[in-house]
Design a binder for this molecule. Structure first.
Ligand code: SF4
Length: 426
């Protein structure tokens, strides 16, 4: 039988894109320009053809694109901004040739089309956009028709989302029906109205851990850990791993400024990163600043910050729930949508979003000399963690994957970290 390639039959395949899964989510762009500063925009062949048809000779301070490791990216100015961003925070491409002339990633952002392992495209949202994290503007449903049309126009030109095999762990194949069941169980816990946010998180972490320890049998979900489970103190080695994860996702935000660096610039930047990684591992003295993070904060200041208070606890819990549900239901944590990781690693990454955001929110609170996490601390924290998880470069992917697997092997580490570093009191 001839091998099926990207034939005309594939191109006629109706492209279904499931809408964003979370109701009550709003978004409108307020033109802050942050995405055009933080993002490293990779261009596909269609984007490159679009740019080739535009004339930017003598219009830009530097060349519009750079190639790194065989991939083509939009170039960056020294302060990390896209070469096309002008002094008024406007995109030059948009201003001169219209929105359709921009790279697809720019047109879609903060929406994202996730090609999932079950052969479906799903719509997801980036929470590194403050308007998404804070849910301000129009209901996102109003954007769906335009986003769908845009995505279909591009993907139908040549991209076919075929199903892929996924694995619970290395060599243990998973069925999509099992994953569906697991996802719906996790979502039911996350949205349980009779449980406080931190109780939901602890129950969720315990449930998934017992599911994984019982060798991935979905039946084990029925006898999962109860909310009454006592979580003892967290081992200092597990807190080290948490800090290591924060560094791995947080430091990548600053990668934007590195795109056009020379070879020597890249070597010295790698040495700087290694120094910061060691400091995060030690966890003593001053926390090395990452892009956009607070400065002059001691590691010791962070652990004494308390969780969100009554005044903003409900809002903080709602924000966390929206963020975690969006990742969970759009399958942004699984397979090719998430660095090709197994179910086990993807779930660990998804669960660890909560303690990572909790640690980073404490960092921001300490920077403002507050004793408790406030809403704005969490907004910044979610943006940093979300951005880093999406944009991990290959070397960091391996490091993060190893740390996550280590946490699963360390008895009860993930539930304990979720309980200790969650953002709202139990
Ligand atoms: S091309 Fe335009 S929209 Fe895209 S990152 Fe650059 S300035 Fe922003």
């Amino acid at each position: 039988m001839p091998k099926r390639t990207n034939s005309s039959a594939d191109r006629r395949t109706p492209l279904t894109i499931q809408g964003s899964p979370v109701a009550h989510q709003c978004y409108s762009c307020d033109g802050c320009g942050t995405c055009c500063r933080h993002f490293v925009v990779e261009l596909d062949a269609a984007d490159q053809r679009l740019l080739d048809r535009q004339d930017w000779s003598d219009q830009l301070p530097h060349r519009p694109t750079v190639i790194r490791d065989g991939r083509v990216y939009l170039n960056k100015t020294a302060d990390g901004a896209c070469e096309f961003l002008d002094d008024e925070n406007q995109c030059r491409i948009h201003a001169r040739y219209g929105v359709d002339a921009k790279p697809l990633t720019c047109q879609l952002y903060p929406f994202e089309i996730v090609p999932c392992s079950d052969g479906q495209f799903r719509m997801s949202l980036r929470f590194d956009c403050h308007a998404v994290t804070e849910s301000v503007g129009d209901p996102i449903q109003t954007s769906w028709p335009g986003i769908r049309l845009l995505a279909k126009a591009r993907y139908l030109l040549g991209m076919h989302c075929s199903p892929e095999a996924v694995f619970w762990a290395e060599g243990t194949p998973a069925q999509h029906a099992q994953i569906d069941l697991l996802v719906s169980r996790c979502d039911a816990i996350l949205t349980a109205a009779d449980l406080a946010w931190s109780a939901r998180l602890a129950l969720l972490a315990g449930t998934i851990e017992s599911f994984i320890r019982s060798e991935f049998t979905v039946g084990a979900l029925d006898s999962a850990a109860s909310v009454e489970t006592e979580y003892g103190s967290v081992a200092s080695s597990d807190v080290q791993l948490l800090r290591g994860l924060v560094y791995a996702v947080g430091d990548y935000v600053s990668f934007a400024g590195q795109v056009q660096a020379s070879m020597w610039g890249r070597v010295s930047s790698a040495l700087r990163h290694a120094g910061k990684a060691r400091a995060f591992q030690r966890g003593t003295g001053l926390v090395p600043a990452l892009h956009g993070s607070p400065t002059a904060v001691q590691f010791a200041d962070i652990d004494v910050i308390r969780q969100a208070r009554d005044g903003c606890a409900a809002e903080v819990a709602e924000m966390m729930t929206r963020w975690m549900r969006t990742w969970l239901l759009s399958r942004a944590w699984l397979g090719r949508a998430c660095h090709g990781w197994s179910v086990q690693t993807g779930l660990a990454a998804w669960l660890m979003m909560a303690p990572m955001a909790g640690w980073v929110a404490r960092w921001f609170a300490a920077g403002e000399r507050r004793a408790h996490i406030e809403r704005d601390d969490l907004v910044q924290a979610i943006r940093m963690v979300d951005h880093g998880l999406h944009m991990l470069p290959p070397l960091r992917q391996v490091t993060v994957e190893r740390r996550l697997m280590h946490l699963w092997r360390s008895d009860g580490a993930i539930p304990k970290l979720c309980a200790r570093y969650g953002v709202v009191d139990l």
